[in-house]
Structures are given as C-alpha cells and as structure tokens.
Design a protein around this ligand. Structure first.
Ligand SMILES: [Zn+2]
Length: 284
C-alpha cells in the first residue's frame, strides 16, 4: 500500500468515528435517555465490582483517579485502586479521567498549583500506557474560573462539577440540573444526581426523566460501596437495580469523553459562569 492510500485509509477510519458517527465530524442529535456515568475517587470497587457489572450491561463510564484522599495511606490497595487497576479499567474500554494529584480544594490553589495537580495524573497515565485524560471532575465539587481556564489551556474537553449552586446539597446525595449543552459551559457540567444515603431509586428515575429535549443526565457515584466515605455510599444491590432501570428505559449510557459524539466541546459561552449566575439571579 502506498503512503497516500495509507493516509486515505487512516482518514476513513478516523472519520467513521468509534461509535459510527457521521463522517463530517458534526455532532449527532442528542437522543432522549442519554446518561453519563461517572465514578469519583478511585475506590477499589471500580475494579472489583463496578467495571464487571457495567460490562454485563454494555454501558460506558468514566473513572476519576486521584492520589489524594487515602491513596497513599493504603499501600496494599485494599480500599483504593492501584495504577495497575486503573490500567485495567482502560483496557476494559472505560475512560480514565483526571481527579487531581492531591484532591485539593481547587479554589484555594494558585494557578501553578492547579497545573501541577493536573499534570501529576497526566504523568501517571503516561507512565502506565493510559491515554492523557480529556475530562476532569472537581474534587469536593469545588470549582473556580482559574481552574476552568487551566483545564481549557491543557486541552480538556469536558469537566463535571456537583449539583450546587443551582440545587441545594446536604452532602449525602442530591438531585441537580441536567446538562444543557446549549447553555452550560462544557468545563462546568452539572451533576444531575449523586448517589448517597439521601439519593435513591426515585431520584434516579427523576434524573433519567430530565434526559430529553437535548438535555443529558450526568450521574455521579463514588464507592459501591464507599467504605471510607459513607455519605456518598452506594450499596451494590442498589447499584444493580439502578443499572437494570437504565437498561429497561433503553438509555444510552456513556463515558463523559463520549459526549463529543453529541456535543461540540469547542462551543462555549464566552463567560463560563454566565449561565450559573443567570440562573441564580432568576432564583435557581
Ligand atoms: Zn473526589
């Protein structure tokens, strides 16, 4: 095969998209029932329970890894994933995303510290043959304009926050807004629901019901179970019930990076916080 034929073939393969998307690169229409699954903190259950369960359903998901929290205090990796586990998550086809080096409150960091926190996880991924992360979730839901700017500078496409400020958050699971790509900045995507003692099946149904007319339900889980952080716990039997429901409803269940099939991440509001401020001014 000549060099030109190779290039044409490569272009055809890239252009066809991993999920059979259109060849012109324009996003596909957002289907009703589009659900993004995200798992924060690198709990051991990511690899010991969640990944194999999601495989049974054929669902995509993103796992957000940090070396903060109890990562270093757990040398035997009984509660948190090891980098070998993370590599396995990637090999299984799941997305590995960045959740910072030390799980800091990003609103308290200098710009240099924000960059070094992002860089550490990028380096670890590189060391373990995992692609450089394209998506991010804010530790402790704490986000800021300098963090958004640093993420944009480093080429991140999507980042997820929590349910506040638009929705109240008692810290034990909560409902939030669906992601509206026509309005929200792609580096400040709201969580539509995060699991905990005060978030359950009815809240999942509510979140899925929001995923229509161009809006997307973004769900956040931590450990299944979350042994160290009971306020964001999900019991394995509940988790299976949730996944059964997503399947029954014929949801399209994807990783955060896979939003690029439906959303052009380069289309961003000029002021990242404009939509949030406007909602707050309008009373939520
Ligand atoms: Zn976290």
């Amino acid at each position: 095969m000549g060099r030109m034929q190779q290039l044409v073939l490569a272009a055809l393969i890239v252009g066809s998209g991993a999920c059979g998307g259109p060849t012109d690169g324009s996003p596909e229409p957002i289907p009703d029932g589009l659900v993004v699954l995200t798992f924060d903190d690198g709990n051991k259950s990511d690899i010991s329970f969640v990944a194999e369960t999601l495989k049974e359903y054929g669902f995509g998901a993103s796992f957000y890894i940090t070396e903060g929290l109890g990562y270093h205090a757990d040398p035997d990796k009984e509660r948190y994933v090891s980098w070998e586990d993370v590599r396995q998550l990637h090999d299984l086809g799941f997305e590995v995303g960045n959740h910072t080096g030390s799980h800091p409150d990003m609103t308290k960091l200098t710009v240099d510290e924000i960059h070094s926190n992002l860089e550490l996880i990028e380096q670890r991924c590189d060391e373990h043959g995992i692609p450089r992360p394209e998506t991010f979730v804010y530790p402790g839901w704490r986000h800021s304009l300098p963090a958004v700017e640093a993420l944009a500078e480093r080429g991140y496409r999507f980042a997820r926050r929590g349910v506040s400020p638009e929705h109240p958050d008692g810290g034990r699971g909560a409902r939030g807004r669906p992601y509206d790509p026509e309005d929200d900045h792609p580096l400040l995507i709201p969580t539509t629901g995060y699991a905990g003692p005060e978030w359950g099946f009815e809240d999942l149904v509510w979140a899925v019901d929001q995923a229509r007319d161009g809006k997307i339900a973004v769900l956040t889980f931590h450990g299944v179970p979350a042994t160290e952080h009971p306020w964001v716990n999900t019991d394995p039997e509940d988790f299976v019930r949730y996944m059964d429901f997503l399947q029954e409803r014929n949801c399209t269940v994807i990783a955060l990076r896979d939003l690029a099939q439906y959303v052009d991440p380069s289309k961003r509001p000029e002021d990242p916080y404009g939509p949030i401020r406007r909602r707050q001014a309008n009373g939520g």
